[in-house]
Design a protein around this ligand. Structure first.
Ligand code: PLP
Length: 711
């Protein structure tokens, strides 16, 4: 059998012994193509390295070949001389193999598909010796059942990295091979396909439990060591192949530790390598400025929220007015589209204009929503929140986060009969808190004197402040987590100290509440406050917030006056009910982790590749992280940060200094965003190389934040 003669670069190997005739599950011929090469920047020759008595590639082949849905397995290697070793290996063991261009893996796949007469191609990469046949079968079955054109199990990852499966039609492969031009698309085979709008794509999720953070692919020596240990364990069972559950058990029994290095580093690097350091073209913002001229006459500050105004962005670079939003994309008044990494300052966790959520609110509004008396939906939503949020025994609603924090503080003061409040983080615009910041114009001195700021993760500072005015503190209100994670035992100690001083502990979970997982930080860390406040993502853009907490404290609401006209608006409550339905399903968080991890890891890999690893700081959770550039002394470098933001914005990403990730960031949105990052890192590196002061390349003034309260 001669494979791929037409391309004049493929070689043929007879493989009667290995040809498979499995259960016929489809009239279509399904062929797994395993890409493998000897070249690897981090682990050269890994394909044939030993894994408990067998070459790594032999492990991938035997595991793949055991999949019941496959008619054939073919190796696709390159014409590089170094890959003659893979050819010899295949010849010796009678495996089917084709050869094709080194960097054009897409063509190699096409050669393999033609040679093996495939109707459907299953893509497996040769660095996955812990792949399993049942994983492959599940994805192939799902692909066939859905009648999809393309299916994968990596968006989001529900099995470990190293169990990746992509399935697509030969027709689609041919289309990609004929049309994809970018080196990146040809190297990674499927990105071009995934950008198509007219194909049906299935993002398959395996059953729970999910393991999105396990790294099983072999890229680094430590990965190889890990796989060796697991295979040594598996070998004890003397079976020809192993299913996923058996590999998981072997991993546990072997006590092997999977590698900790970034997954898919090569993917980020190839995006980086494809980017240029040229200045991005400015976006047309004429209409934004026309509207600003009108706004200046009638709207002081030109926006209703400080960080949504042009003052908080680079004037002349970032649009000033938006027109619409759909999913993760917003369109400005000039018609420019952006992937929105601000997400309205966190509320749009499920993306803009979510049909299900909007529908729920609209249906409710049709039957009236701002009633003259209480409504049963208030009770239903409160009951539901009491089940979801660990400290919640009773609930009161509001519209903004500031309603909730002000209400919680009022109740804490009424409950304790004390006036002072210790704060840690940002808690809203009202007098009781904003008096502690530099933006305290209009706040009476007497009110300012009652609030005391405490740094995060600093137990001694908290103790000192509470002890400085014995029996005067009503509460300590804090963000239990924001971009920094609490030190081991910190939250427990906070609770102990606050209670020892006779004060209440309030967790401000306006941001953390729905963004990391349902139940908030109190659920993640297992520390229950007396009261907690939630808001932002609760209604996916429909205005709603709440205060929850201990029954005896919440009962104070019966006397303390916290009351306003729209607190009981049930259209936002209907939206919140729907948001909870969707978040309880679990997929939204998996999607956020998938997209957020790529942005987080990609940014770090690219910063290093640009030689800016020591200047670029990024921390937080994949769902919500913060970045900045720092100079040689570790001081914040606002000019470089602004230059980076300018370039990212002009490449179509609306951004402040955080990555606010929503659940509907598609793979395309993520790749586009990473491409924007790549250009920006290259531009910043170029400025440094040329010794250019970033202001010379900036087309607007560097924005000044209102104040900084998160350390
Ligand atoms: C932690 C925290 N608390 C309270 C608030 C105030 O919320 P709002 O702006 O909805 O009044 C915010 C707003 O960003 C916040 O981040």
């Amino acid at each position: 059998m001669v494979y791929g003669r037409a391309h004049n670069i493929a070689i043929a190997l007879a493989s009667k012994k290995r040809s498979m005739n499995k259960h016929v599950i489809s009239a279509k011929r399904i062929v797994a193509v395993i890409q493998a090469r000897m070249g690897s920047s981090r682990l050269p020759g890994k394909s044939l390295m030993d894994l408990a008595g067998q070459p790594l590639l032999a492990r991938v082949l035997s595991q793949t070949a055991a999949a019941k849905t496959l008619n054939k397995v073919v190796i696709a290697t390159s014409t590089d001389l170094a890959d003659d070793a893979i050819v010899e290996f295949a010849e010796k063991h009678n495996y089917d193999l084709v050869r094709g261009p080194k960097d054009d893996v897409l063509t190699r796949y096409q050669i393999a598909a033609v040679a093996s007469k495939a109707d459907i191609v299953v893509r497996i990469t040769g660095d996955c010796p812990l792949h399993s046949p049942d994983t492959i079968d599940e994805v192939v079955h799902a692909f066939l059942n859905a009648g999809a054109d393309y299916a994968c199990n990596t968006n989001p990852y529900t099995r470990p990295d190293g169990q990746d499966v992509e399935v697509f039609t030969k027709q689609l492969l041919d289309k990609a091979a004929a049309n994809a031009v970018l080196p990146f698309d040809r190297e990674h085979v499927t990105p071009w396909i995934k950008r198509l709008l007219d194909v049906s794509i299935l993002n398959f999720r395996h059953k729970h439990p999910h393991y999105p953070n396990l790294r099983w692919s072999v890229d680094h020596p430590e990965d190889l060591e890990f796989c060796r240990k697991v295979w040594t364990q598996l070998e004890k069972n003397k079976k020809p192949s192993f299913i996923f559950g058996e590999i998981m058990s072997a991993m546990t029994n072997s006590k092997a530790q999977p590698g900790q290095t970034i997954i898919n580093e090569g993917f980020y690097l190839s995006i980086f390598n494809g980017a240029s350091s040229e200045a991005a073209l400015p976006c047309k913002l004429d209409k934004s400025f026309e509207w600003l001229a009108r706004s200046d006459k009638v709207v002081p500050g030109a926006a209703q929220t400080y960080s949504k105004s042009w003052r908080h962005h680079i004037r002349g670079v970032t649009p000033i007015f938006l027109e619409s939003g759909q999913g993760a994309i917003v369109t400005d008044v000039d018609g420019n589209c952006y992937v929105d990494l601000i997400q309205g300052l966190l509320p749009n966790i499920l993306g803009y204009a979510h049909a299900g959520v909007n529908d729920a609110a609209h249906r409710r509004a049709k039957d009236g929503h701002s009633f003259s008396l209480a409504h049963t939906l208030e009770v239903e939503l409160a009951e539901r929140l009491c089940k979801i949020i660990p400290c919640a025994e009773m609930v009161r609603f509001g519209k903004n986060g500031s309603d909730a924090t002000a209400g919680a503080v009022r109740v804490a003061r009424a409950y304790t009969g004390r006036e002072r409040i210790a704060v840690c983080g940002y808690h809203g615009w009202q007098d009781w808190f904003i008096g502690s910041t530099s933006r305290c114009a209009g706040v009476p001195k007497a009110v300012q004197e009652l609030v005391h700021t405490v740094p995060y993760n600093d137990i001694d500072a908290l103790e000192q402040i509470l002890a400085s005015k014995p029996d005067e503190f009503a509460a300590f209100i804090m963000e239990p987590v924001n971009f920094h994670w609490p030190d081991e035992g910190y939250l427990e100690k906070v609770k102990q100290i606050v209670h020892a001083h006779g004060a209440l502990l309030i967790f401000d979970e306006i941001c953390s509440g729905f963004h990391f997982q349902l139940g908030g930080a109190q659920k993640i860390f297992g520390v229950l406050p007396d009261l907690a406040t939630f808001g932002k993502a609760m209604g996916n853009g429909w205005p709603i917030s709440c205060i929850v907490g201990r029954r005896d404290v919440m009962k104070i609401f019966e006397d303390a006056f916290v009351s306003f006209t729209f607190a009981g608006d049930v259209s936002a409550m209907a939206a919140a009910m729907k948001v909870l339905d969707i978040l309880e399903d679990g997929d939204a968080y998996a999607q956020m982790t998938a997209a957020g991890t790529k942005l987080f890891d990609g940014a770090r890999v690219m910063a290093n590749a640009a030689g800016l690893g020591n200047n670029f700081e990024l921390h937080g959770h994949p769902h919500w992280s913060i970045f900045s550039f720092v100079d040689e002394n570790g001081e914040m470098d606002r000019l470089t940060t602004a230059l980076w933001i300018q370039e990212v914005t002009r490449h179509g990403v609306l951004i402040l200094t955080t990555f606010n990730v929503c659940a509907v960031l598609s793979e395309r949105d993520v790749t586009n965003t990473l491409t924007a990052f790549a250009h920006a890192f290259k531009r910043v590196a170029e400025a440094k190389r040329q010794g250019v002061n970033p202001t010379e390349w900036l087309d607007g003034p560097v924005p000044v934040p209102a104040f900084r309260v998160r350390s």
